[in-house]
Design a protein around this ligand. Sequence first.
Ligand SMILES: [Zn+2]
Length: 177
Amino acid sequence: MNKHMRQKNLKPNAQNSILSYFTHWLEDSSERLYKKPILFDERKGRLCFRFEDTAPELIFTLCDNGNATVDVIYQNHFWDIVAEFDVMENKTGSGKYYCHGCKEKKLYSSRKHLFQEHVFEPLLDWVNANLNSSNWLCVFKAGGAAWASIVDERDVPAAYLQEDFVTALPIIVNLTQ
Ligand SMILES: [Zn+2]
């Protein structure tokens, strides 16, 4: 199935779902977003995306409860969170939306705008800053702890020398597509 058909299948039924907001935002923002999220798993209130041409270990999870993270799943194990956009959704008496996890209480006229400004736009900035061919995903493990970080290719040799280093994976794959 080609990518564009997959994107079309994203069309939601529920008008007020997070998926609906995200899908519409994606349509409007596709030109600004260097690597598109591709939906591969959808469960009740939880959507999982990989990014086109990007290491499949990087997974963006968007939940109806406001959790939004980019996780590293390496060899079928959760390894780390490399980006976090969680929104703690709340509503004022006058019907405005805000995040009660933020120090500065910024009000939005709709739930859609709250998610757009708190999750989707910061995700876009993260994608455009991190998902490029000069970056590598380094994974580490020590005892029971596992972690991961995105590092510039110039810093990979230093990461490799660390005792806890497991592997380094190129961020961009399938450049020919
Ligand atoms: Zn917040």
